[in-house]
Design a protein around this ligand. Structure first.
Ligand code: ADP
Ligand code: MG
Length: 537
């Protein structure tokens, strides 16, 4: 049975598998497209539509349509539609179910073993939520893999091989991600990752909507209801995305805006489009430069390739900007590369689970040959894939809350990051020395916080608390008594924090509990609930 790669995107999703010749191929969806809008329309209490038709309803029936659910993954929120309770996991499961259903119909075999991709910046909770979404959809999630790693794997599969440093520029529909990755025959290693998770193609669409609306209103000041008409705005939004895509290959597009008998023939040239979106592109340049600087701190100063990933990187202005920065970017199926790489990764994982525990594909013997036979691919390729390691980094900084005092002796709280973003996993920090803040402390509170934005900042507002604990039963300690704090993170993102008060050696171990995640029982309940819907495109 084949294994599948699923790019579960913020705005568009995509499915691929590795065919008999070892190449990754996209499986088109029910309406013949390579990618499917990640939009769910709850048509009735028991029927759900996913994809293009759901997207067409987004503004007309906002209460029954859910979009951009990926932004909520890992959060403890509930969404009620037609009286039924949903979570980000169960909504994502509905998307996955439709993707799998369509792939079964087109591909002619059941879809069960999958790898699902996530952004490199996803933390433990978001990854776990994604895995559970797969389980709710009735899929067997072999693994979760970072999107840029998948893109790099795809690049690796179609290029000559060797050791290369890649810069992955991924501008999608709702997010922008930059990642520096080193690829070698034995290993794929993430060097650093950055991005802006509120910046994507949708922002470019919005600029076109504004432009169309303003032009229309200038020509028809009498049509004052236009700006608040759901229907008119829905039409503009759909037209805007379409115009944007066409402007990637053409120089100008026209749109006939109609509202209550008033008509405007509006032209948008690529030049004008670039002008009204220049500041958005500039934001991606700043982040690109910041990522290059972070990579330089880690000793990586040259790039063999700049890979353009994400549908929005099809905009010619992106390539032009990167060329202006001295790069020669490569565009290979920007919106399909992640799914194709995920399919490659699924193959790797399916080989690894079939191999005996201690075998990484190098042990002589029959296991590898058997697998090669089963999968119908050459033994050498199975060996190469089985030996491939993926090394990732700490997605964002972790630290503890500390208190200081200003000149009026008021408490000032901030976050001291101990485990820095982009440290290679598995990671173990040196003990970092802190001190008690008040005279006669008999207990010490330790709060673990995680950076929430892309930029490290010691401001509480830019961080989120994820765990806490207390060292208690201490003798009255003088102010300034030393405490050592060590952070450890496993490959799978599991975080351990150890704090020790040095005079008494009393200490505290925190193993990070994922907050608000669904229990196994809840996953089962949702699986039953989701299975009851009729899902279609
Ligand atoms: P996601 O962010 O969900 O992973 P994609 O990588 O597929 O999604 O990117 C989707 C975005 O790419 C959307 O904003 C879409 O409008 C945009 N897009 C797709 N094709 C083009 C194109 N030819 N030109 C410009 N933008 C495009
Ligand atoms: Mg994407």
């Amino acid at each position: 049975m084949a294994t599948y790669g699923i790019d579960l995107g913020t705005t568009y999703s995509c499915v691929a598998r590795v065919d008999d010749t070892g190449h990754a191929e996209i499986i088109k969806n029910a309406v013949g497209d390579d990618t499917t809008p990640s939009v769910v329309y709850f048509e009735t209490a028991d029927s759900v539509i996913v994809g293009k038709d759901a997207k067409a309803n987004a503004q007309l029936q906002p209460d029954n349509v859910v979009s951009l659910i990926k932004r909520q993954m890992g959060k403890d929120i509930e969404i009620t539609v037609h009286g039924q309770r949903h979570t980000p996991e169960s909504i994502s499961a509905l998307i996955l179910r439709e993707l799998a259903r369509a792939a079964e119909e087109i591909g002619g075999e059941p879809v069960r073993d999958v790898v699902i991709t996530v952004p490199a910046y996803f933390g433990v909770a978001e990854r776990e939520a994604t895995r559970k979404a797969g389980a709710i959809a009735g899929l067997n999630v072999l693994s979760i893999v970072d999107e840029p790693v998948a893109a790099a794997l795809h690049y690796d599969a179609i290029s000559a091989g060797g050791t290369k440093t890649l810069f992955v520029y991924d501008l999608g529909g709702g997010t922008f991600d930059t990642t520096v990755i080193q690829v070698s025959p034995a290993e794929i290693k993430v060097v650093c990752t950055d991005g802006d998770h509120q910046l994507g193609g949708a922002n470019w669409d919005d600029r076109i909507v504004d432009f169309l609306l303003e032009t229309f209103q200038q020509e028809h000041p009498e049509a004052d209801g236009a700006a608040t008409s759901e229907e008119f705005l829905q039409e503009l939004a759909a037209a805007a995305e379409e115009m944007k895509k066409q402007l990637s290959s053409q120089q100008a597009r026209r749109f006939n805006a109609r509202y209550e008998g008033a008509v405007s023939k509006i032209e948008l040239t690529r030049e004008k489009f670039d002008e009204i979106t220049a500041d958005l592109l500039e934001r991606t340049r700043k982040i690109t430069e910041r990522t290059i600087a972070t990579a330089a701190e880690q000793g990586v100063t040259t790039f063999d390739e700049v890979l353009l990933v994400g549908g929005s990187s099809r905009m010619p202005a992106v390539e032009a900007m990167l060329k202006g920065m001295g790069f020669s970017p490569r565009k290979h199926d920007p919106d399909l590369a992640v799914a194709k790489g995920a399919a490659q990764y699924a193959l790797i994982e399916s080989i690894k689970v079939r191999l005996p525990d201690e075998d990484d594909g190098t042990t002589p013997g029959t296991a590898v040959e058997e697998i090669a036979d089963q999968l119908n691919i050459p033994v050498e390729k199975v060996r190469a894939l089985a030996g491939k390691r993926v090394a990732t980094v700490v997605p964002r900084a972790f630290g503890i809350k500390v208190v200081d005092f200003d000149e009026r002796n008021n408490e000032v709280f901030s976050i001291a990051h101990v485990l820095k973003a982009n440290t290679s996993l598995p990671a173990r920090t040196e003990p970092t020395r802190f001190a008690t803040a008040y005279p006669d402390q008999v207990e010490i509170q330790v709060e673990v916080w995680e950076q929430s934005g892309s930029v490290e900042s010691d401001d509480l507002a830019d961080n989120a608390q994820i765990a806490d604990g207390t060292i208690s039963g201490l003798p009255r300690l003088p102010k300034g008594s030393p405490i050592d704090v060590t952070f450890e993170m496993e490959l799978d993102g599991l975080l351990r924090v150890h704090a020790v008060e040095l005079k008494t050696n009393k200490d505290l171990h925190i193993e990070l509990q994922i907050k608000g995640g669904l229990s196994d029982e809840q996953v089962d309940e949702f699986r039953t609930a989701v299975a009851r819907y009729s899902v279609s495109a």
